[in-house]
Design a binder for this molecule. Sequence first.
Ligand code: ADP
Ligand code: MG
Length: 728
Amino acid sequence: MSDLRFRSVEEASSRKAVKVELPKERVDKYYAEKVFNRQKMFEYLPAKTYEALVKAIDNKEPLSREVADSVADGMKRWAVEQGARHYTHWFQPMTGGTAEKHDAFIEHDGKGGVIETFSGKLLVQQEPDASSFPNGGIRNTFEARGYSAWDISSPAFIVGNTLCIPTIFISYTGEALDYKTPLLRALNAVDKAATRVARFFDPKVNHVLCYLGWEQEYFLVDEALYAARPDLVLTGRTLMGHESAKNQQLEDHYFGAIPSRVEAFMLDLEIECHKLGIPAKTRHNEVAPNQFELAPIFEEANLANDHNLLLMSVMNEVARRHNFRVLLHEKPFAGINGSGKHNNWSLGTDTGKLLFAPGKTPKDNLEFIVFVSNVMAAVFKHNALLKASIMTATNAHRLGANEAPPAIISMFLGSQLNEILDSIEKNETDTILLQGKEGMRLDVNQIPELIIDNTDRNRTSPFAFTGNRFEYRAVGSSANCASALISLNAAVAAELDEFADRVEKRVEKGENLDKVLLDEARRNIIKSRAIQFDGNGYSDEWKEEAKRRGLDTESSAPLMFDSYLSPSSVEMFKKVGLFTEKELEARNEVKWELYTKKIQIEARVLGDLAVNHIIPAAVSYQRLLVDNVYKVKELFDADTAQRIAGEDLKSIEKMADHMSKIKKLVDKMISNRKVANKIESERQKAIAYHDTVAPLLEEIRYHIDHLELLVDNEIWPLPKYRELLFIR
Ligand code: ADP
Ligand code: MG
C-alpha cells in the first residue's frame, strides 16, 4: 500500500513541464475560432437567415421553423468543416456542472448508406432521456419527460469533435429543471425593473444588462498523487491529512513565481479559452500553496456564466494533458484557505452607463445612490435567501463550518460611500447633491480616498462594493454562478419595481421627481443600514452583532434552504415571474437530496479508508513496536528496558486508543446513517445527515490525523499534505 504512495511521490517529483506549442498567429486571429459567433453566422448563413437570427437574438424572440432549418444547415456546415461529427444539447442540471448527450450528424439516406444532416428541429429542441436528472418530483407530478431548447443568446461552440448547443432544460409543463432557465428569467426581470428606474434619469434607456466577471480559484495536484488518494478521487477533498509543517504561514505562494509546470498548464488553458471565446485575462497564484486563480474580462451575465461552466470542464481536460488534476472543491485541504468564485456583478444600461458607478454630475450621482440603495434594501430583505443560494454541502466548509467565517450575508461599502450615506441619512445632501458645486461631494470616483478603499478593501466581506460593481464573494468555487445570480437579480428586480411604483405615485401627485428619488433612496438606506458591515467578518463578535441586527445567522445548510420557501421569498419570486411555489419546493427537494448524497459518499469513503487503510497501517507499526519492546525486555533488566522502550510503550497505548476510537466512531457513523436513510422526507434526511453524520467525519479525522503523527512515515499509506501541496 505504502508502495503506491512512494511510487506516486517519485513520479510526481520527477515530472517536467509539458511543452506547449504557441499558436503561430496572434491571439486575435484564433480568438473564438471554435465559436459560431456573428462573424461565422454572417459567413455561413444566407443573408435573410442571418438577419432573422440576429433580430431574434437582439429582441429575444423565438425562431421560425424555416429560419431554424436554415441556421442548422449553416451551423452544421461550419461545424463539420471544423472536424465536428457530433452535436449535443449542452445544459445545466440542478446537480451542478453541465450535461450533454451526443448524437452523430447522420441519418439514413434510403439507399443503405448515411448522409450528414442536421435539421432546425434538432437544433432548436430535443428530448434528452433525462429521467436520471433530479427534478424534485416535478416530472413525476406533471409529465414524464423534459426537453431542452436552444438559448439563442449564447452561441454554439465546438469542444473536441462535438458541436455544443447551449440549451435550457424544462419540463413539458414549463417548469425549470436547470439553472439557465431561471437565470434568463431573472435577467429579464432585472432588465425590466431597472429600466423603469433608469428612465427616471434618461428616457433613452431601453434595456438594462447584467454583467458578471467571475474569478475562478482552484487547486492543482499532481495526477499520480491524486490517484493515490481515494478521498480526493471520490469526494473532491481530503477527508484526512495532518497539516504540513509549512503551509501558508509565510504567504510566500501569493507573490512567488508560478512553477514552470503550472505556467505551462496556464498557458495551454488560456489558449483553449481564447479559441472558445472565453476572454481569459488574469492568472495568478493564490494564498494557499498549489492554489491559483483565473479571471476573464467581464461579460453579459448569461454568456459569462456559460463561459465559466465551460471553463471548469476545459480546465479538467487541459490539466490532464499536464499530469495534473484540478480541484474545484471549496475546501480540498483542512487548515489552509479554501476556494471561492468571486462574482463581480453590475448593471448597465444599453446606453453604456454602469449603474453602480458614481458619475460626474449631481444627477448621475443621484442615480448611483438610487441604485446602490435599492441593492442594499434587496440584500437586507433577502439576506437569508441569498445565503441559501450560495450554500451547498461543499461550500459549507467555506462559510459556517469550523475554521470558516460565520455564514452571514453582510455588505461592505467602504468609508467613502459610508460617509455619503450618512449625510444622506442626516438629510444634509439635498442642496449639495442637487444644486451644489457640480456634485463634488458625491463625485466619489474622484476622491483619492476611494482608491485607498478599493485596494485595501475588506477581504472578509461576503458582498462588497468595489468602485463600480459589487463583488459577491460568498459564491463557491465549484458552483454554477447562476444560483447566486438568480436570487440576487430577482431580489433587486423586486426592490426596483417597488421603488419605481412609489416614485411614480408621488410624482403623479405633483411632487418634484429629483426630491422624491432622493427621499425614497434615503428611506431605503435607513431601513437597510443593518446590512452594512465594514468590520472583520471572521470575528466571533460579528455573529452576535449580526443576530442583534436581525440578520440570518443559521449555519446548517439544510436549514438555510428553508429560506427559499419563506413567505417573503415565495412572494418575491412570484412577483418577478421567476418561480412558482411548486418549482421552489421541487428545487429544494433536489438541494436537500444533493446535500445528503455528498455527506453520504464522504462518510462511506472515510469509513472505508479508516478501516481498510489507516488502521491496518497503524497496526503494522504497532506490531513493530511491540516486537521491539519484547526484545528489549529480554536483553535488559526491567529498569533499563523501561528507560529504552518506555516511549514505545506509550506510543503503543496512544495508537491503540486512537484506533479504538476510530472503530467506535465509524460504527456510530454507520448506524447513524442507517437511521437517517430510513427517513422519508428529503429535508429531514438532510438535517439528520448534517446533525448526526457530518460531525463524525471531523471526529474520525481528528484521530486519523493524530495517528499520522505517530506512525512510521514509511508505512503511512496515503500521500501526505506536504507531498500533495508543493508542486516542484
Ligand atoms: P480583483 O482585485 O478582485 O482581482 P480585478 O480588477 O482583477 O479585481 O477584477 C476582477 C473581475 O471583475 C474581472 O473579471 C473584471 O473583468 C471584473 N469586473 C470589472 N469591472 C466590472 C463590472 N463593472 N461588472 C462586472 N465585472 C467587472
Ligand atoms: Mg476579487
